[in-house]
Ligand binder design. Structure first.
Ligand SMILES: *[C@@H]1O[C@H](CO)[C@@H](O)[C@H](O)[C@H]1NC(C)=O
Ligand SMILES: *[C@@H]1O[C@H](CO)[C@@H](O)[C@H](O)[C@H]1NC(C)=O
Length: 231
């Protein structure tokens, strides 16, 4: 087929897709998130609604995260959220941009959910996305960090963990002094990786000795990995 003929077809197809996805009550959230007890989680959330027939622009969005009938978090100022979640939750999303993300801190054994999102649009409609709940798997034991060492003239050791709390990422401590750098990156919509890198020039007495990396998670849990520095 001639490319000139194919091209308008492709454009129409793309427009049709965008249109249909924005014309329904849909929400994009993970079904299940794994969170370390005591730590925090940012629940990613994007929502959609059918286009209103009226051309009048929408201006007021009230978003609620619910557990059953308990309000866990909202963007409505001064709204009294359930006391179990008061001061632990924060509504992060920009509802005008269809973002309904929420932060929950100090996650406890009872925070498994299921949680769901509800939107209320003053001049339009309201909808509870209760068929797309989010559950949290609360783990009590943190995974030990992955520790690796590269030896050149210097020792470069990397200590890496994944977690759900980008706002308060884990801290690291090393059993040997040196130059320490930390950086985080996103692994998926809710999971992050934070890596601490230690660099130092080894002395003879450092060889065949353990090098330890301890991870201190939000909430106070910590776990150590150990390796031996070899020549
Ligand atoms: C939604 O908002 C959260 C919190 O501000 C932000 O981290 C995230 O990147 C936003 N998602 C999108 C798709 O814009
Ligand atoms: C490093 O870890 C090893 C094994 O867990 C432990 O025996 C040792 O005391 C630790 N050393 C330091 C300096 O923390």
């Amino acid at each position: 087929m001639d490319l000139k003929l194919l091209f308008p077809f492709l454009i129409l197809h793309v427009i049709h897709d965008v249109h249909s996805s924005s014309n329904q009550w849909t929400v994009t959230v993970p079904e299940k998130i794994s969170v370390l007890q005591g730590s925090c989680v940012v629940i990613p959330c994007l929502y959609n609604y059918p286009m209103p027939k009226s051309k009048k622009p929408l201006a007021m969005w009230s978003g609620f995260w619910l557990k059953g009938k308990k309000v866990v978090s909202t963007n409505v100022p001064k709204f009294k959220v359930n006391k179990l979640y008061n001061k632990r939750s924060q509504f992060l999303g920009n509802l005008a941009a269809r973002n309904c993300s929420m932060l929950l801190d100090s996650v406890g054994k009872n925070d498994v959910g299921p949680f769901h999102f509800r939107i209320e649009m003053r001049q339009y409609k309201s909808f509870s996305y209760s068929t797309n709940p989010v559950t949290i798997e609360v783990t009590s034991d943190p995974q030990p960090p992955v520790l690796s060492v590269v030896m050149n003239k210097k020792v470069t050791a990397s200590c890496s963990v994944s977690h759900s709390c980008p706002v308060i990422p884990p801290r690291f401590s090393w059993s040997h002094p040196g130059n320490i750098l930390r950086h985080s990156k996103k692994l998926n919509t809710w999971k992050w990786e934070t890596v601490s890198t230690l660099t130092f020039t080894p002395k003879f007495s450092d060889f065949n000795k353990p090098l330890n990396c301890t991870v201190h998670y939000r909430g106070g849990k910590k776990v150590t990995s150990s390796t031996i520095i070899k020549t």
